[in-house]
Design a protein around this ligand. Structure first.
Ligand code: ZN
Length: 296
């Protein structure tokens, strides 16, 4: 990985302005002439001129029906307040076709736009699925511009959560192990991955998930790099490890198939001279892990 590499969905340049989120300050931000709001529709982000994020002034949203929690204050871009809003009907702003799915179209977006949109998408998903207090079951309301929620009944504060997932580059000599989840199109292969469980280190999660999914024990677990993934809010933790044995025993239901691929086969897939499998999209950390392995 080169020093100027930015992992897709990382590299956002917005200052979260955590100390500047009082209702009075947020009102001032909304009224600033240079304030902007990025727009979502059904989880997809609105793209405007030049392929960049469409940015509306917050006043343009007056009278629009927005999904919960209403506008979210993402933070400051220099002295520019940046908000995000999820529209119920985008017709006053953009054609529906201009709203793109970040997984499908994010690879063509400006990297900073992608990071901003990814963070906003995760926040909207968190608000959508956390409307009730996990402590008492009462209704909660957004606070501090959407940076948290507060329960109306017991005052418990709830903060956006991130779910850690390990994704592993399992190697044996000059071979790498890839698998296909149930429901993926034929030929799609990627690195194995799984959620970190309570009480587990990322190294232990890497060992357990690999053993569970393919029956292979591993050693020398090492962290490589990570990626925020906004579907809905994972932190993908890229790991490498070495297989102790090579015999694959796929756990039914977890994976459709798993196979070892040689460095030559993977290199051919990446330079498009071979078709042993379909490479994971560039926007994924699996793509970046394999690319890094090819250079090692
Ligand atoms: Zn409560």
């Amino acid at each position: 990985m080169t020093d100027n590499f930015i992992m897709p969905f990382a590299g956002g340049t917005i200052d979260y302005a955590e100390a500047d989120r009082t209702p009075e300050q947020l009102q001032k931000f909304v009224a600033q002439p240079n304030a902007r709001t990025i727009l979502f529709f059904k989880g997809d982000v609105g793209i405007g001129e030049g392929g960049r994020l469409h940015r509306a002034h917050p006043s343009e949203l007056i009278g629009q029906n927005l999904f919960e929690p209403g506008p979210v204050f993402l933070g400051l871009e220099g002295d520019r307040p940046v908000f995000a809003a999820s529209l119920q009907d985008p017709k006053d702003f953009l054609p529906v076709d201009n709203f793109i799915n970040l997984r499908m179209g994010g690879g063509m977006m400006d990297p900073v736009d992608l990071a901003i949109a990814g963070r906003a998408r995760s926040l909207f998903e968190w608000h959508r699925t956390h409307r009730y207090c996990a402590n008492c079951g009462g209704g909660s309301v957004p606070d501090e511009g959407g940076a948290k929620r507060v329960c109306n009944h017991c005052d418990t504060e709830h903060f956006p959560r991130v779910n850690p997932v390990v994704i592993m580059l399992v190697t044996s000599g000059d071979k790498v192990l890839l698998g296909r989840s149930p429901g993926w199109p034929e030929g799609w292969m990627s690195c194995l991955a799984g959620f970190v469980s309570p009480g587990e280190s990322i190294e232990e999660a890497t060992y357990r998930e690999t053993l569970e999914e393919v029956g292979i024990k591993t050693k020398n677990h090492k962290y490589i790099f990570s990626q925020p993934w906004p579907y809905p809010s994972q932190l993908m933790i890229g790991m490498s490890c070495e297989a102790v044995n090579e015999t694959i025993d796929v756990e039914p239901g977890e994976l459709e198939e798993a196979k070892w691929y040689s460095r030559e086969e993977v290199a051919a897939v990446f330079d498009k001279t071979g078709g042993a499998f379909m490479r994971p999209p560039r926007i994924t950390i699996a793509h970046q892990l394999l690319k890094t392995w090819l250079k090692s």
